[in-house]
Design a protein around this ligand. Structure first.
Ligand code: NI
Length: 187
């Protein structure tokens, strides 16, 4: 089942996600729905706060990418904790399903060491680099209540403010189902 993706401005996107247990209700179904929602929106990652749930869960599928380290990369991250970020800072043009049609360069370190549980609640401690690290860092920010727009310079943020406000009001054309926090009453 496809879920509605929460748009920029919804308070749930600012909440730090809570850890979940194996007994979280209908977890398998939730994970399946998140993948289905992400694919339908042509995304490569989706975090639970983006479908309105402030919990530490995100899904990633970058297996279509030719970048090294992305082969068969379809993963579920539960209760993730970044242990270390290292390497070089690099720019990547990021976008977000909660912020349609906005893309900006964001600087992040290129290597991330992360602890997480998979969908069977097996524990992992892995190190990722390049694009895989980048997508993990973006989704991890979501479960920490952060968005890529928080990482932009004040000037850049000021330049895109009206577009962000328009997204919150639902004044944006988007090819997937969204939930807008402050839809104009005049429509
Ligand atoms: Ni995002």
């Amino acid at each position: 089942m496809k879920l509605a993706i929460v748009a920029y401005g919804d308070p749930v996107l600012k909440k730090k996600g809570a850890e979940i247990s194996k007994e979280y209700p209908e977890l398998d179904q939730l994970i399946e729905n998140m993948f289905e929602t992400m694919y339908a929106a042509n995304g490569v990652g989706l975090a639970a706060p983006q479908i309105g749930l402030p919990i530490r869960l995100f899904v990633i599928d970058i297996s279509d990418s030719d970048e090294p380290g992305c082969e068969n990369f379809k993963k579920v991250f539960i209760n993730a904790q970044i242990l270390e970020e290292s390497g070089k800072l690099w720019d990547f043009n990021e976008g977000c399903l909660s912020i349609p049609d906005v893309r900006e360069d964001v600087k992040r370190l290129d290597t991330v060491k992360i602890s997480y549980y998979d969908e069977q609640f097996n524990h992992h401690e892995d190190t990722f680099q390049g694009l895989a690290a980048r997508v993990i860092q973006h989704e991890y920010d979501h479960i920490e209540g952060k968005l890529f727009t928080d990482k932009l310079s004040p000037l850049k943020r000021a330049m895109i403010k009206s577009r962000l406000d328009a997204i919150s009001r639902g004044a944006v054309k988007v090819g997937y189902k969204m939930k807008f926090p402050s839809v104009s009453k005049k429509r």
